[in-house]
Design a protein around this ligand. Structure first.
Ligand SMILES: [Zn+2]
Ligand SMILES: [Zn+2]
Length: 146
């Protein structure tokens, strides 16, 4: 486990102790250093449906990784760097890199063991903005018929 005595998760990217933020009654874990956000299984979907997207966008702003991310070759999901081997902050399993289902330019870390997803700073906001751009109908169609 990567929780400390207070039960806070450690950031899978920078190791900082994450803080718990309540969004619509859902407790999400957010790194105060690199602004990445951890969503346990189903949490992000609940926030999308519940209209808390703006809150999450604000929480994920200000990422020091933004510049670096934009220059990454997104077509190489299995590139051998630190990011490909991040550990799940919840259950310590090795996470896999997946292309985000909404914003296809995003590569997120997903834990197949517990179903959680890690978004680096700014990425959760981009995911939610993509949903807004796509429109609610198209989004629902996508999640129903995927
Ligand atoms: Zn961090
Ligand atoms: Zn996990």
């Amino acid at each position: 486990m990567t929780t400390n005595a207070r039960g806070h998760l450690a950031c899978p990217r920078c190791g900082e102790e994450m803080e718990v933020k309540g969004v619509q009654g859902i407790a999400i874990d957010r790194c105060p250093n690199c602004f990445g956000i951890w969503f346990d299984k189903g949490e992000l979907e609940s926030i999308e449906k519940g209209g808390g997207a703006d809150m999450v966008r604000l929480l994920s702003m200000g990422s020091p990784f933004d510049d670096a991310d934009m220059s990454q070759p997104w077509n190489d999901l299995n590139r051998d760097d630190d990011r490909a081997h991040a550990q799940c902050p919840r259950c310590s399993a090795a996470m896999e890199r997946h292309r985000d289902g909404i914003d296809r330019t995003l590569i997120v870390d997903r834990c197949v063991a517990c179903g959680g997803t890690w978004y680096d700073g700014g990425e959760a906001g981009r995911h939610l903005e993509a949903i807004r751009d796509e429109g609610v109908f198209a989004y629902l169609k996508r999640i129903i018929f995927k």
